[in-house]
Design a protein around this ligand. Structure first.
Ligand SMILES: CC(C)(COP(=O)(O)OP(=O)(O)OC[C@H]1O[C@@H](n2cnc3c(N)ncnc32)[C@H](O)[C@@H]1OP(=O)(O)O)[C@@H](O)C(=O)NCCC(=O)NCCSC(=O)CCC(=O)c1ccccc1C(=O)O
Length: 339
């Protein structure tokens, strides 16, 4: 090594780096059959590189939650909206456990208010989306309120407003993590799929029920599923409307990790804190980039908007604005025309 001009110190560094990189190259077999070697464990413990020494372990304790409202100041009836004290985490919970957290139009409207507030609150960096209790994340649209045009609320109009919520989660420039215990079925299954990550408890059950009850989601419910599990599996899930347990869902690529039910919140908090250590702008761009192709023009608009947002922070962008306000010609000559 010395002959190649490498000092012992730098050879050590290379060797440490190789070990670290090779740990990322876990063969497919391990991902599929040995969850203990899965992504969640690579990220923290067992690594002794400089990054891990500087940053230390990610704490797993559950933070105290404080009830939150949006700017309307109105209480929520169908959901619980909370923020973690001293941390950048919001938690939004569907609170209809007696109906396995089925949503009605009112539920969806409240969810949209809470998600909007969490988006606007610049102290929040990660949003956890879950269902009350351990029996269900969400069992889809409330079938007892289903009318001829959708789900009927107090005003007697049918609505399919969960589609707007799906779009809102997709476009929200912060990670949304579905924390799933029990059933995530029907429209509830689509909701977890549109979230950025899914952490599942070992009692979680996933599946579409639409074709059994005369319904289907031909939007994200079909397209995102096909992306996640592949077109053959997506057909299986929709044609057969079978249920899949948490381990099966993990193997199919529907969820990021499976943990014992009693560890579900701890693990989700840990993932949230690990994300919060990283650059919010990098995460924002990664989310819009990953969605861009699938979301077509809307996806390009999202990532294009991010580019404008960044450009506004540059001297070049500011020169244009200042020149306009000062009623002079802008001087862009000092800005390089980069290759
Ligand atoms: C989820 C179950 C498998 C749980 O089974 P189990 O633990 O045995 O509990 P149950 O005894 O069945 O249920 C307890 C209690 O909850 C009520 N309930 C459960 N789910 C619903 C529901 N979705 N709607 C209304 N009520 C529900 C149940 O009746 C019981 O009440 P009791 O009074 O105690 O009797 C099982 O419950 C189950 O299979 N549930 C139904 C799942 C389902 O089929 N969901 C609807 C799928 S279709 C859908 O979600 C529409 C999607 C959608 O929203 C959409 C799609 C495309 C475009 C637009 C839209 C849109 O906006 O609507």
């Amino acid at each position: 090594m010395a002959g190649l001009g490498m000092t012992t110190k730098s050879a050590d560094a290379v060797s440490r780096r190789m070990t670290c990189v090779s740990r990322h190259l876990i063969p497919e077999w391990n991902h599929t059959h040995s969850p203990s070697l899965g992504i969640s464990s690579c990220s923290n413990s067992g690594f002794h590189d400089t990054y891990h020494r500087v940053h230390g372990e990610v704490p797993t304790h559950i933070p105290p939650w404080r009830p939150a409202l949006d700017d309307s100041g109105k209480d929520f009836a169908d959901i619980i909206y909370e923020k973690a004290v001293g941390e950048g985490i919001a938690k939004i919970t569907i609170n209809r456990p007696e109906k396995r957290n089925a949503f009605r139009p009112q539920t969806v409207k409240e969810l949209m208010r809470a998600f909007n507030d969490a988006r606007d609150d610049n102290s929040i960096g990660v949003i956890i989306f879950t269902g009350k209790g351990s029996k269900a994340f969400c069992s889809g649209g409330d079938q007892s309120l289903r009318g001829k045009e959708g789900y009927v609320d107090y005003d007697n109009f049918g609505r399919l407003n969960v589609l707007d919520l799906q779009l809102q989660i997709r476009r929200l420039p912060k990670p949304v993590i579905a924390m799933v215990a029990g059933y995530a079925v029907g429209g509830g299954h689509v909701l977890h799929m549109v979230c950025d990550l899914t952490i599942a408890a070992d009692n979680a059950v996933f599946g579409q029920t639409g074709p059994k009850v005369g319904s289907f989601d031909a939007g994200y419910g079909a397209s995102i599923m096909s992306r996640l599990v592949g077109p053959k599996r997506a057909r299986e899930m929709w044609f057969m409307a079978r249920f899949y347990n948490a381990k099966e869902a993990e193997k199919m690529g529907l969820v990021n990790t499976v943990v014992p039910l009693e560890k579900l919140e701890e693990e989700t908090i840990k993932w949230s804190r690990e994300i919060l250590r990283n650059s919010p702008m990098a995460i924002r761009l990664c989310k819009s980039a990953i969605n861009a192709t699938d979301d077509g023009h809307a996806g390009l608009q999202q990532i294009g908007g991010d580019a404008t947002l960044l450009f506004y922070g540059t001297e070049e962008g500011t020169e244009g604005k200042n020149a306009y306000l000062e009623r002079r010609k802008p001087d862009f000559s000092r800005f390089p025309r980069l290759p």
